[in-house]
Design a protein around this ligand. Sequence first.
Ligand code: GLP
Length: 256
Amino acid sequence: MYKIFETVDDVSRYTAQRLLDKILAKPAAVLGLATGGTMEPVYAQLVQMLQQQPTDLSRLTTFNLDEYIGLTESHVQSYRYYMDEHLFDKLNLPRERVHLPDGMAEDIDGACLAYSAAIQAAGGLDLQLLGIGSNGHIGFNEPYTRFSSRTHVIALSEQTRRDNGRFFSDQDEVPIHALTLGIQDILEAKEIMLVATGPNKAEVMAELHHSGVDEALPASALKQHDNVTIVLDREAAALLPSAEWRAVQTVQLLAG
Ligand code: GLP
């Protein structure tokens, strides 16, 4: 199901509200969280909403999708740093309830196995938030990752390293490897929200729309899931077939 909004602000408010609704409906929810530029305004909205509506977060559990290998927690481009900065520190979430793959683990394979197992032990993901890479990656699952994958090490594609280079002072600083939740782990979430904004995502969203289920396009795995919402702004939706644009009217009516 598509939800197409006029602006990034509308997208972020809608997405944050869905996260808040999940927490209100299930205070012990297990949330799958994502990083990236797309999520920054989403988390800003969520923090603001939670300030206006104080909510008990003490039973909430979170698992992040991915982490670079070789960046310490204090590195400003590590996803741990990102999450602390944009969400965890602002909400005072208990550290023991928030989880990220450990990109500094000595036993990386053991850490991968333990991460997927920890999600299952927590009862599985109630809601998985996803962004999308310009090559269709979800988490850091690059094209041709097996759809049956669990948490694993991935060699980042040149395209992904280039895209993410904008956050680093030097392109050469972008790590070559990362840890990511596998596609099977993602598909086991009860509910999934994929969020994409801006003109740079228009092509991949059109590709995803027209694609069959194909390991060449990791996000197409979501077509096998029966509870996915794709949340887009007008720019990211620009190349979708016109039929999908009827949704814009509906959403604007709902918002207005
Ligand atoms: C990054 C992250 C993904 C994220 C995607 C989009 O590489 N590993 O989890 O969804 O790319 O990022 P952005 O929102 O910055 O476009």
